[in-house]
Design a protein around this ligand. Structure first.
Ligand SMILES: C[S@@+](CC[C@H](N)C(=O)[O-])C[C@H]1O[C@@H](n2cnc3c(N)ncnc32)[C@H](O)[C@@H]1O
Ligand code: SF4
Length: 470
């Protein structure tokens, strides 16, 4: 096939050939952290995390807080789902979970200096609105008992329109939630039936419009490209329907096919669009969303130009954490609930990923830490480079040199040499004082970041299997 695809990314043109797509569409991490989670291990435990929390309190200026609560329950499994979920139709499962979550919160908050304010709170899942409105009010009250909030805190929640009532939305707005992220994925009936997620457009649109009347500051919607039976035409229709709804932000995730981790994904494998066919679906979404005025922020995310993510990107203050892109670069992240992740300047840690182990640790009066890692000075340096690539598409060498006391060209001589190949393919430009990501490099940004990942070169890591970069 000799056909090439030409695209316009925020004013810069890029051309992609099938050969380049093959070359760069390889398994690779998504860099929600660096070092990435497969590097963390159980040599790092609860006491290490507790000590890291105490050290964070003792800093001259302790960082503000970003809190993440994982609410894992869903009524039924969507077959594509790669999240950490607990599927149950028995609503009583929430009682023990909320009890344990409150115990965890009490222990964690005892180790956080009370003057440190919460600047960001996020409830993710699973489906947080699996909780009843009363349970939501009750959990929120417990959080307020243990933590104090900055007046302009970002308070967000993921909602599944199929499991969310107008009452849920009113309760959330009254509590002070100001950000919603709505799971949509695809409006096509055949795609929806195949992935066991039937979600009518009318129901979704009605809930979306209702939320608008409640005055949430920002509404995001999630779509996935590369789902079974998706075609250019069918996904184009989904994208048009989304544009008509006019959300503030849109995530167009690349479907992550990992049947060795999520067996149920195997059921529709033969109907998946692949390679150039899958990429064309994304390419069309980029064209339609940018024509409609959205800006491509990077790594699957789009936002209106007046959205604070765009402003932060222009000012090079944009940051990335486990919840995606954020303007809250300076926060320490504390994750509560099953499988949740905490990320401090020099530490990552993850809670037990299954309910019995999570409950058992809390019942023993312990922190439910399963694994983690101390982030070395070299890791922090590489993380800074990777984050700048992912968030700003630009690394200014002198900034890194000042921050980390290194000579960039000497320290990264090997990496700069490896970038030569990506420069020939027009993904990146190596200049004297900077590394600039080119338009095509914004699509293959994970591949550029991978050049700076010291762990990918180790034999253990080469055996890990990630999803493909596109
Ligand atoms: C926790 S869910 C969102 C909330 C809610 N459970 C729902 O589905 O509406 C987070 C998002 O992850 C994305 N997601 C889940 N599995 C995925 C996969 N295998 N590949 C790409 N994105 C995926 C979906 O877009 C989903 O909306
Ligand atoms: S996509 Fe959302 S609703 Fe579906 S199983 Fe995953 S977490 Fe649950």
């Amino acid at each position: 096939m000799t056909e090439t695809l030409s695209m316009n990314l925020n004013g810069e043109r890029a051309t992609l050939s099938p050969a380049l797509l093959d070359k760069y569409n390889q398994p690779g991490p998504r860099y929600t952290s660096y070092p990435t989670a497969p590097e963390w291990d159980d040599a790092f435990g609860a006491e290490d995390l507790r000590q890291a929390f105490c050290e964070a309190n003792r800093k001259a200026q302790p960082a503000p807080l970003s809190l993440y609560f994982h609410l894992p329950f869903c009524q039924a499994l969507c077959l594509f789902c790669g999240c950490n979920t607990v599927i149950s139709k028995n609503r009583k499962v929430t009682n023990p979970y909320l009890d344990h979550l409150k115990k965890e919160m009490a222990t964690v908050s005892e180790n956080i200096e009370p003057s440190r304010q919460v600047e960001q709170l996020h409830w993710g899942g699973g489906t947080p609105t699996y909780l009843s409105p009363d349970e939501i009010v009750n959990l929120y009250a417990a959080i307020e008992q243990h933590f104090s909030f900055a007046p302009d805190a970002e308070i967000g929640i993921e909602i599944d329109p199929r499991a969310t009532t107008e009452e849920h939305c009113r309760v959330l707005a009254n509590l002070g939630f100001n950000r919603l992220s709505m799971g949509i994925q695809d409006f096509n009936p055949l795609v929806q039936q195949t992935v066991h997620r039937v979600q009518p457009y009318d129901l979704t649109r009605a809930l979306f419009e209702y939320c608008r009347t409640l005055g949430f500051t920002s509404i995001n919607v999630d779509l996935i490209y590369g789902l079974p039976h998706q075609t250019l035409e069918s996904f184009g229709d989904t994208v048009e329907k989304i544009i008509a709804m006019n959300p503030d932000r849109i995530a167009v995730f690349s479907y992550a096919h990992v049947p060795w981790l999520k067996k149920q994904q195997g059921s529709f494998a033969k109907h998946l669009p692949q390679g150039l066919e899958k990429f064309r679906i994304f390419h069309q979404a980029i064209a339609r969303l940018t024509d409609a005025g959205y800006r491509y922020i990077g790594m699957d995310h789009f936002a209106r130009p007046d959205d604070e993510l765009c402003k932060a990107q222009d000012q090079r203050s944009l940051h990335r954490n486990f919840q995606g892109y954020t303007t809250k670069a300076n926060c320490d992240l504390y994750g509560l609930g099953v499988s949740s992740i905490s990320g401090l300047e020099a530490v990552y840690a993850q809670n037990w990923r299954d309910l019995p182990a999570y409950y058992a640790a809390i019942d023993r009066g312990e922190w439910p830490t399963m694994r983690g890692m101390r982030v070395s000075a070299e890791d922090q340096l590489r993380r800074a480079v990777i984050n700048r690539l992912l968030c700003h598409g630009l690394v200014i060498k002198s900034e890194i040199e000042r921050e980390f006391g290194i000579h960039f060209d000497d320290h990264f001589a090997l990496e700069l040499a490896r970038l030569a190949d990506l420069e020939r393919d027009q993904l990146v430009r190596r200049e004297d004082d900077r590394i600039a990501v080119a338009a095509l490099g914004r699509i293959f940004i994970r591949n550029i970041a991978m050049v700076f990942d010291a762990y990918l070169q180790t034999p253990a890591m080469q055996q890990k299997v990630f999803s493909r970069t596109l």
